[in-house]
Design a protein around this ligand. Structure first.
Ligand SMILES: Nc1ncnc2c1ncn2[C@@H]1O[C@H](COP(=O)(O)OP(=O)(O)OP(=O)(O)O)[C@@H](O)[C@H]1O
Length: 264
């Protein structure tokens, strides 16, 4: 169930990850579908953030390996990895007195060389990233003076400015109002369709995953319980197994997308 049907660039092979004495991911294998938008869903504590960090090469593995284009991640330099993979963590940190434009410019660091001046291309990419995330009007504002949602969009802009092929996003819609949630999810889908990005995003909203993702990977207690298309995964049996909920699956009369109505 965990194998992707299409091409695969990023792959976790039987990875075991833990903190102190406890394993959190148990010999988990996951082939990230390339050029697709994958949603990671699962209950709190099921290991979604841990898996995302492991895919980004930021977590020591107790067993197994993560490979990018067939190479184990430790074989790649930090710079090379950052050119290929951009991670937006769940709670990113930056000084409150940093301006939005300066945060977004940080995204360019893997592409910059010592003594190379900031280029027009760097600036154009940052401007584009801010425009796409609707923070271009906030470029001069300090992070500490933004709302939670504005700050989250600034971080997404920084993640985009990195120009990586693979984006790993931990709860990118947190703090966003419904219109901005839909904007960001639509943007992610367009980045996949129009720019050939590969995206894995931790989402908590089953219906957003059903509507926007091409692929859903359902985690429970550090294991993948189901992985496949939204239609295959948004099923009462899978949702019961992962979340212990009773779900009724309807279909949006407008476009037929599955809609989950959940009860305990
Ligand atoms: N730095 C850490 N030190 C110790 N335990 C940790 C650490 N980070 C995560 N854990 C534990 O690992 C397990 C998986 O956590 P993880 O954050 O990956 O889950 P998650 O599915 O992303 O959860 P959530 O939906 O709540 O964000 C949890 O039991 C958590 O308590």
């Amino acid at each position: 169930m965990s194998e992707a049907a299409g091409p695969v660039r990023l792959r976790a092979n039987a990875i075991r990850v833990g903190y102190r004495g406890r394993d959190v991911l148990h010999d988990l294998t996951f082939a990230v579908p390339s050029y697709r938008f994958t949603a990671l869903l699962g209950p709190n504590g099921s290991g979604k953030s841990t898996l995302l960090r492991a895919l980004a090469g930021l977590t020591p593995l107790r067993a197994g390996e993560v490979t990018l284009d067939g190479l184990a991640i430790p074989m790649l330099s930090r710079r090379r990895l950052a050119e290929m993979i951009s991670l937006l963590p769940q709670t990113p940190r930056a000084p409150d007195d940093l301006a939005v434009a300066d945060l977004v410019a940080q995204g360019r660091y893997p592409h910059r060389r010592l003594f190379t001046p900031w280029s027009l291309q760097d600036q154009a990419i940052c401007n584009d990233s801010m425009r796409l995330t609707d923070v271009d009007g906030l470029a001069a504002r300090l992070l500490g003076r933004l709302s939670g949602g504005q700050r989250q969009r600034a971080w997404i802009a920084m993640t985009l400015a990195q120009s990586a092929d693979i984006l790993l996003l931990d709860e990118p819609t947190t703090y966003l109002d419904i219109a901005h949630q839909l904007d960001i999810l639509d943007l992610l889908r367009r980045l996949v369709r129009e720019q050939g990005k590969t995206i894995v995003a931790v989402l908590h909203d089953i219906n957003h995953a059903a509507r926007f993702a091409d692929h859903i990977c359902l985690l429970k207690e550090g294991r993948i319980v189901a992985s496949g298309s939204p239609r295959d995964i948004i099923q009462p049996s899978h949702l019961r197994e992962a979340f212990s909920i009773e779900a009724t699956i309807l279909h949006d009369p407008y476009d037929g997308v599955p809609v989950c109505v959940a009860r305990k």
